[in-house]
Design a protein around this ligand. Structure first.
Ligand code: ADE
Length: 232
């Protein structure tokens, strides 16, 4: 997979993309991630990438030309499955979207900033608009990092234990059950005995029960969805 991220603030993305699992997946050659500094595509002598909003009002708008130049240049060498724009008014990101995106070969993520991007870029280039939640970040970079992380960890070969992404919270519309590690007794608190019983099927049943209990308690919306799916 190849992910091209277009941003006015590449330094904000360097650390999250060069650590842990996302870094390892690049080292292993499973994903290529390229950062593109929008300022490199500005023809303005001050390397500006934004301008005042037509009609007035506070806040700057990201200009169309540097973004278009960048996307056009990238598209000359690569056919992109999706051109994603990170914005608080996009569709809320979830595991289903992460799963879908992980099946694609080439993605562009354009990070929004300021008061957003000139609408004509959205109309002409953007195929999917994603919000990572109902709050406003200073820019779309952290959202791009979140999306990239959630997608990359799903790619085959990224996680050592291939099954572990499949047992994640949300993967089957249930929250994950509680987990424990050694010592079996810690500060007077014991691990549920079933987990050290060595009885594989009983452990699976316990985990499923706990996952359902937790989902019912904490996320009635997911619980309802899970029940509807079980019925159909
Ligand atoms: N940019 C600013 N806030 C955002 C959010 N919640 N999701 C995606 N991009 C954003």
């Amino acid at each position: 997979m190849r992910i091209d991220i277009i941003t006015g603030l590449p330094s904000l993305l360097e650390s999250p993309l060069n650590d842990s699992i996302v870094k390892r997946s690049q080292t292993k050659g499973i994903v290529e991630i390229h950062l593109h500094d929008l300022r490199d595509y500005s023809t303005d002598k001050h390397k500006n990438i934004d301008d005042y909003a037509f009609g007035g009002g506070a806040g700057m708008v990201m200009s169309a030309e540097p973004i278009a130049t960048c996307i056009d240049a990238l598209s000359e060498n690569c056919a992109y499955d999706e051109v994603i724009y990170t914005t608080p008014d996009g569709d809320t990101f979830n595991q289903r979207t992460a799963n879908r995106l992980s099946t694609f070969k080439n993605l562009i993520i354009l990070c929004g900033h300021y008061k957003g991007v000139d609408q004509r870029i959205r109309d002409k280039y953007i195929t999917r608009e994603i919000s990572i939640g109902d709050y406003v970040l200073s820019g779309g970079e952290l959202a791009a990092a979140v999306i990239t992380d959630a997608v990359v960890r799903l790619l085959p070969g990224v996680l050592n234990d291939e099954t572990s992404a499949l047992t994640d919270t949300f993967q089957d519309d249930l929250l994950a059950p509680p987990v424990y590690t050694r010592p079996a007794e810690w500060r007077g608190m014991e691990v549920p005995p079933i987990l050290i019983s060595g009885n594989g099927p009983a452990i699976e049943t316990w985990r499923m029960d706990k996952a359902m209990e937790r989902t019912k308690e904490r996320r009635p919306d997911l619980w309802e969805k899970f029940n509807q799916q079980s019925e159909s």
